[in-house]
Design a protein around this ligand. Structure first.
Ligand SMILES: C[S@@+](CC[C@H](N)C(=O)[O-])C[C@H]1O[C@@H](n2cnc3c(N)ncnc32)[C@H](O)[C@@H]1O
Length: 377
């Protein structure tokens, strides 16, 4: 079995989970949450998570904000600024640049704040190595679709990049000099985040229990209870190597998360030289071909060319089908495919090697049968 652990990453909690989940490890937040000492945006499940996200804070009268209440006046916050602190350790705090000043991280969309975190990580690592002059942007080896983006989407990326740059400049103040191309680098970064970010999901019990992670599993037999669980999107992340995997509607690896870490586990034997493909969402058996293609186009802006989309699968035929009313007919008949089929047959590829032929009943005969049944009732 193939197991891959992917670490190099940057994450951001989704707005819908801001008050219910830890902003660092994404587990469900306990009743006694820990707040960021400098602003009211994030909550953490423990001091450890808070320190990892915020870093060491030097306390003084100017920087301290009473933030142990979510009801802090946003007007006051937006007027309050904290002194920019250069990173002084190897650990780069992901949230520090979002603290103080305008409350922008709570307002901008998650993917823009994520792009801001990547930019801040690049700046902080340069400052750590003493290269704080002439900031441009990180050179990430990630695909982007700027060329095919709609004019509205391009405009949105440009406006968000301008706002983000102003926010970052406010945080870093005069400690840095910015290159002219920084703005276009930020547009590029935003486009890369849009194409490559992965949704972090956790399993949530719908019976009011605690959130479950997939690895713990849940055995109804062991516990003699039934439990309904649902996948909940809690955060959005960029994993540098995780972003290299293409989508397949019949993936050969399954992605799951432990806190912030992405794991991939093979679900089938993968031949040497075959691509390792995961699912971005739609899968054969869950949605028909048309719906899968539509979902990938709408959410990820590409036309799926995976092997499963190049041929018709049995499940694509039967998933939205009617059950055949003829007792002698084994199959389920899809309304659309029935009329398109030639000589009253549909050719179905069951798997790559096996092609089977489904016989369809004559529509007029079906009508007769239905009429006969009505008369019997
Ligand atoms: C996260 S990237 C995957 C890695 C990318 N192929 C690369 O070379 O870096 C996602 C992009 O890859 C392409 N892609 C991924 N799966 C695909 C598929 N099944 N069919 C067509 N294009 C796909 C699309 O352009 C999509 O926006």
């Amino acid at each position: 079995m193939l197991r891959i652990l992917l670490l190099r990453c940057m994450q951001i909690i989704l707005k819908s989970c801001r008050e219910t989940h830890c902003h660092y490890c994404f587990s469900e937040a306990p009743a006694d949450v820990v707040f960021c000492p400098l602003c009211t945006i994030p909550v953490y499940c423990s001091r450890k998570c808070q320190e990892q996200a915020v870093g060491g804070i030097s306390w003084n009268q100017d920087t301290y904000l009473e933030s142990n209440s979510n009801a802090v006046d946003l007007g006051i916050l937006s007027l309050t600024s904290t002194r920019c602190m250069a990173p002084n350790s190897k650990q780069i705090a992901e949230h520090r640049h979002e603290c103080g000043g305008a409350h922008w991280a709570a307002v901008l969309p998650a993917d823009i704040v994520l792009a801001g975190r990547l930019m801040a990580q690049y700046i902080d690592s340069r400052m750590l190595t003493g290269k704080s002059s002439a900031i441009s942007g990180p050179n990430l080896d990630l695909i982007q679709h700027y060329d095919i983006d709609s004019p509205t989407s391009k405009l949105e990326s440009h406006i968000c990049a301008i706002v983000l740059l102003l926010c970052l400049q406010k945080h870093y103040r005069s400690d840095l000099s910015w290159k002219e191309e920084t703005l276009s680098q930020l547009v590029l970064l935003i486009c890369q985040v849009k194409v490559n970010s992965i949704a972090i999901v956790c399993m949530k019990s719908m019976d009011g229990g605690q959130g479950l992670t997939e690895s713990k599993g849940y055995s109804a037999a062991d516990d003699a209870v039934m439990c309904s669980v649902e996948q909940v999107k809690v955060a959005q992340a960029i994993y540098m190597s995780g972003s290299l995997f293409n989508h397949s509607c019949r993936p050969n690896v399954h992605a799951y998360f432990h806190s912030r870490t992405l794991f991939l586990r093979s679900t089938t034997y993968i031949n040497s030289g075959s691509p390792v493909e995961l699912s971005y969402g739609p899968q054969v058996g869950e949605m028909n071909l048309v719906k899968r293609q539509k979902s990938l186009q709408e959410n990820y802006k590409f036309t799926c060319q995976c092997s499963s989309c190049s041929e018709l699968h049995l499940s694509d035929l039967v998933i939205d089908s009617f059950c055949c009313p003829q007792s002698s007919c084994l199959g389920a008949v899809s309304e659309s495919t029935c009329y398109k089929s030639e000589k009253n047959c549909v050719h179905v590829s069951v798997d790559e090697s096996d092609i089977c032929k489904l016989s369809l009943p004559h529509v007029s005969k079906v009508d007769e049968d239905i009429e006969k049944r009505r008369q019997h009732q």
